[in-house]
Write a protein that binds this ligand. Structure first.
Ligand code: NDP
Length: 249
């Protein structure tokens, strides 16, 4: 996909799991990738693994006031940003009545407000180019009721609405905005929970027509596609990458 060659991408949460695989797949397309995350040590280990095309910047995206300066310094140092992947996200699993206002707000701050602020600042650098691409990582929790993840579900549904609203406003200016809704993907977020609970793992596999969990690289491949010219006429969609989970069984 030559259209991606030498372009610059930011991947939030690129130090682990799905974000790492997204960064890796973009780098395989000859792109330069900036990965962001809070854990500086883990981020640096990821940067070493990803090689010279990767730059790591320790940053907490919930520090909203710092985002404009962060994005400006990236543009000053590396040039205009072509692709933003809003991948960083957190979950908070608790019974409905045990979710505190603070915990709910923290999930919304990370998964929604920070996605908005990052996108707003990056779009400012895309507008003069008249081109750009944003990919938001949602979840099937946006479409399904899943018990004990109230804030996560609300946040992912918000991301999908935001994706459509951004797409209608920004696509006339050359900026495409899409989302990916991963199904059950084997990553840090899911591995511990499933490996320690074989019955749940069997249920997950049973609910997925393809009978398996996805790999982080499956999401990376979908990001490459949506970011590339092969998707030049695609904007405002939510692409399920879920082994058929969303079509029922
Ligand atoms: P991980 O927990 O492995 O990764 C989450 C990443 O987000 C980490 O790298 C973390 O880095 C980063 N992050 C979290 N909070 C912040 C913050 N405040 N500032 C900067 N970075 C932050 O999870 P996954 O890889 O599984 O998830 C990636 C995305 O995919 C999430 O949006 C998740 O909701 C979504 N998803 C995952 C599914 C799955 O099955 N795994 C299914 C559906 C959706 P650090 O801790 O260093 O800050």
């Amino acid at each position: 996909m030559t259209a991606l060659k030498r372009k610059l991408a930011i991947v939030t949460g690129g130090g682990s799991g799905i974000g790492f695989a997204i960064a890796e797949k973009l780098i395989q397309q000859d792109m330069k990738v900036i990965i962001l995350g809070r854990n500086a040590e883990r981020l640096d280990a990821a940067r070493q693994q990803l090689g010279d095309a990767c730059h790591a910047i320790p940053a907490d995206i919930t520090h909203l006031a710092a985002i404009p300066a962060l994005v400006n310094s990236i543009v000053e140092q590396h040039g205009p940003i072509n692709i933003l992947v809003n991948n960083a996200g957190i979950n908070h699993k608790k019974d409905f009545t045990e979710v505190t206002d603070e915990a709910f707000q923290q999930v919304m701050l990370t998964n929604v407000t920070a996605v908005f602020t990052m996108s707003r600042e990056v779009v400012k650098s895309m507008l003069p180019l008249g081109a750009g691409c944003i990919v938001n990582i949602s979840s099937m929790a946006a479409q399904y009721g899943i018990p004990k993840v109230i804030a996560y579900s609300a946040s992912k549904t918000a991301i999908e609405g935001m994706t459509r609203a951004m797409a209608v406003e920004l696509s006339p200016k050359g900026i495409r905005v899409n989302a990916i809704a991963p199904g059950f993907i084997y990553s840090d977020m899911t591995a511990k929970a499933l490996d320690s609970d074989p019955e749940r793992k069997a249920r997950v596999f049973g609910r997925t027509p393809m009978g398996a969990m996805g790999q982080p690289t499956d999401i990376g491949d979908a990001v490459v596609f949506l970011s590339s010219d092969a998707a030049r006429f695609i904007t405002g969609v939510v692409l399920p990458v879920d082994g058929g989970n969303s079509i029922g069984f």
